[in-house]
Write a protein that binds this ligand. Structure first.
Ligand SMILES: *Cc1c(COP(=O)(O)O)cnc(C)c1O
Length: 239
């Protein structure tokens, strides 16, 4: 678990992140209120998450099914997204507990989500995860295949495609990822102009603690921020 964060520390962090979001939005000619700040809450305890929600956080994202299930009942009402790699056999555990799955990385996973959504009698929002750096270690649709896959997935019942998500390669300088963010934005524009049935594509989730300002400048409207809000995690829970 993370080192306990004081309320003061969170307040400072949150104020700083909001300020940078405003600056980046204005730099890219957009309204700050059009950018969703999603708090990435892996390893963060429920008291801290609830404090964040009370302070104004409206979206949270968890990336491990087990951890999410152990926390979700104790978390105040808030928009809940799943943002981590999701195994097909775990879909049924979260289908009625999240509003959006941001990390749909294969047709196989999309089919399972569709199946479980139909069973749960709901329609679930999803983002398609793009492996924008073409990294072997990462899952996701390739930039070349994502549009075709979106057309395929849009035919599945129970699913509403809302946009794209990406985790670019780890880098030393936020600027190094600008090129990937720009590619993502171009893909997002292409795909949103396609008028794909059963979809309402207007969300682009990219940017984390080190590079969310650059991501916003390049068109992100969801940024997923953990460390910059909650401090350093003791163990690495990236997947
Ligand atoms: C942990 C995580 C984040 C946030 O990472 P930070 O660098 O701590 O801001 C964003 N997206 C995903 C998918 C994550 O797992």
């Amino acid at each position: 678990m993370m080192e306990k964060l004081s309320a003061d520390e969170f307040d400072l962090n949150y104020a700083q992140v909001k300020k940078r979001i405003v600056a980046a939005a204005e730099k890219s000619g957009r309204k700050p209120e059009d950018i969703i700040l999603l708090a990435a809450t892996k390893t963060v305890d429920c008291d801290t998450i609830n404090y964040a929600i009370k302070s104004g956080i409206e979206y949270i994202g968890e990336n491990r099914v087990q951890e999410f299930l152990s926390k979700e009942e104790h978390i105040a009402p808030v928009h809940r997204h799943f943002i981590g790699h999701l195994q097909t056999n775990k879909v049924r555990d979260i289908i009625d507990k999240v509003e959006m799955i941001e990390s749909v990385d294969s047709l196989r996973l999309a089919r399972e989500i569709s199946k479980q959504a139909i069973k749960a009698d709901k329609k679930i929002d999803i983002l398609l995860e793009v492996n924008i750096g073409l990294e072997e270690s990462k899952s996701g649709f390739t930039p070349d295949s994502v549009t075709e896959s979106a057309v395929e997935i849009a035919k599945m019942d129970g699913i509403n495609i809302r946009g794209l998500m990406a985790i670019p390669p780890v880098c030393n300088e936020p600027e190094e990822n600008r090129k990937y963010f720009r590619k993502m934005y171009n893909l997002f524009i292409d795909i949103s102009h396609k008028k794909i049935d059963n979809s309402n594509i207007n969300m682009l989730s990219m940017g984390m603690s080190d590079d969310y300002a650059v991501a916003i400048e390049e068109g992100a409207n969801i940024v997923r921020v953990g460390t910059a809000l909650f401090g350093k995690r003791i163990y690495n829970a990236e997947s």
